[in-house]
Design a protein around this ligand. Structure first.
Ligand SMILES: Cc1cc2nc3c(=O)[nH]c(=O)nc-3n(C[C@H](O)[C@H](O)[C@H](O)COP(=O)(O)OP(=O)(O)OC[C@H]3O[C@@H](n4cnc5c(N)ncnc54)[C@H](O)[C@@H]3O)c2cc1C
Length: 433
């Protein structure tokens, strides 16, 4: 399972780190062996899924990178699936759809791994109904920093279960996850609505959250011809024999939707619509200084108005911003200190640049945006900026996590702080005392 070092960068393209070894596991036993290797050599270990985080989260200088993409079995039993952590969501739903089932909350891009997504949270256009993907995980197999294999759930080893969901691999290597499934629709009716005014869009977003008129939706702010094009994209799930008259939704929403288009698609094709996106993005440029944050719902409109005022559309190089509504009451990921409101808005800023200089310049532009978000009580989604920069200090990590909970679990399962060392979030000194 040892192979030439190739895992020196990630989707962001902004960070380069040279590991001493890259180990690719294909089974639980190989994961244990990789952790043992880190233990006997004294090297830090970075766990890597698809490497689609953007600030070096899955990279390590001089340490061991454990590549999980070979741990990819998917076993569907009744209404759950037990999935190898290195499986991509695309391979998962290809398998579950054979039984007419799917995952309640899916990320928009299905090329990321189950372990990588559970380690950050997992947001989708269904999060207004189901919370994060971590909420629908029922059981995990985890290998601790000491090489011990632990099965955990809400009832068994609950401390570890709570520390690894959203825990960025700091307390264990997830090797498989058992996830609840729901009946999959056969087709989806796609609704696209365009707006001129942010207030109208936000009012309709609120209505869609409360009404359940759609099963999935997001808002998008696309940089186009020197302006931001405001839109909502949503879908209604259609089961066998069901039909949907898209126009009916207009009567339920405000007057602000200026244009509406309606289409239908097979469910899988819609869920996997971004399959070509990373390749397309790479053609446009290989630097992705991404940033995303959970803003308290009550401050969402203020934050967005400020953000759209601060950013020039051309700064996003024809990219776009997106927002997703998340029901905080359903998040069930206690390792993170969530804003104390029922509704959160995930604001996602994912630009692409052709040069590192442009990408770094954009990251500097993100600093005041970060300050503004934090002042409004936002929590960072640690998939991109400011992770790995001086703007995510040890104190920021202390505020991000439920620190006492993290320290208590880490002391037990990874006292040598082998796991997640490159994040600089927690050190051995934190575990003493
Ligand atoms: C094109 C694109 C679209 C995206 N869309 C969405 C979206 O719709 N919704 C959303 O929520 N996110 C989205 N993301 C962000 C994505 O969910 C995170 O970056 C995720 O962590 C990437 O998963 P990965 O498999 O690439 O993990 P990596 O980037 O390899 O790892 C991410 C983190 O998880 C840890 N980790 C990985 N595997 C394991 C494991 N088995 N056990 C323990 N720790 C592990 C790593 O050490 C690292 O800290 C998107 C990213 C991209 C690039």
């Amino acid at each position: 399972m040892d192979r030439a070092a190739s895992h020196t960068d990630d989707f962001g393209g902004l960070v380069r780190r040279y590991p001493a070894r890259v180990l690719r596991a294909t089974s639980l036993i190989e994961v244990v062996k990789a952790v043992e290797t880190a233990k006997t050599t004294g090297l830090p270990l970075a766990v890597r899924g698809a490497g689609h985080s953007t600030r070096g989260q899955s990279l390590v200088e001089g340490g061991v990178v454990l590549d999980m993409t070979g741990v990819e079995d998917v076993v569907v039993q009744g209404s759950t699936a037990t999935i190898g952590a290195g499986a991509t969501w695309e391979s998962v739903i290809r398998e579950t759809l054979k039984r007419g089932l799917t995952i309640p909350v899916l990320p928009d891009f299905l090329g990321i791994t189950v372990g990588g997504t559970v380690s950050v949270g997992g947001v989708g256009g269904q999060s207004f109904r189901h919370g994060l993907l971590t909420s629908v995980v029922d059981r995990l197999t985890v290998v601790s920093g000491e090489g011990e294999v632990v099965s955990c759930s809400r009832d068994r080893n609950a401390g570890l279960f709570d520390a690894v969901r959203g825990g960025l691999g700091l307390c264990g290597v997830i090797t498989d996850a058992t996830i609840r499934l729901v009946r999959a629709p056969e087709r989806v009716a796609i609704v696209k609505l365009r707006y001129r005014a942010l207030g109208d869009l936000m009012a309709d977003q609120r209505k869609l959250t409360d009404s359940g008129l759609l099963d999935y939706f997001l808002t998008s702010f696309a940089a186009e011809d020197g302006t931001f094009r405001l839109s909502i994209e949503g879908v209604k799930y259609l089961h066998a024999g069901e039909r949907y008259r898209g126009e009916a939704i207009l009567g339920e929403l405000g007057e602000g939707a200026r244009e509406a288009t309606f289409q239908e698609s097979a469910y899988f094709d819609y869920a996997n619509r971004l399959a070509g996106l990373p390749e397309l993005d790479r053609q446009r440029g290989r630097f992705h200084p991404w940033m995303a944050m959970f803003v308290p719902g009550s401050r969402g409109a203020t934050f967005l108005a400020d953000l759209l005022g601060r950013l020039e559309p051309r700064e996003l190089s024809e990219g776009h911003l997106m927002t997703y509504v998340v029901d905080r009451r359903k998040i069930d990921t206690p390792i993170i200190r969530w804003p104390d409101e029922d509704w959160l808005l995930l604001v996602d800023i994912p630009p692409t640049f052709a040069s590192l200089a442009e990408a770094n310049s954009f990251s500097r532009r993100c600093v005041p945006i970060l300050g503004r978000a934090r002042a409004l009580g936002a929590v960072m989604y640690p998939i991109g900026f400011p992770v790995g920069t001086e703007h995510m200090t040890r104190d920021d990590w202390r505020r991000h996590f439920d620190w006492d909970r993290l320290v208590a679990v880490k002391r037990k399962v990874d006292p040598a702080c082998r796991l997640g060392a490159p994040l600089g979030a927690i050190t051995r000194a934190d575990l003493q005392g």
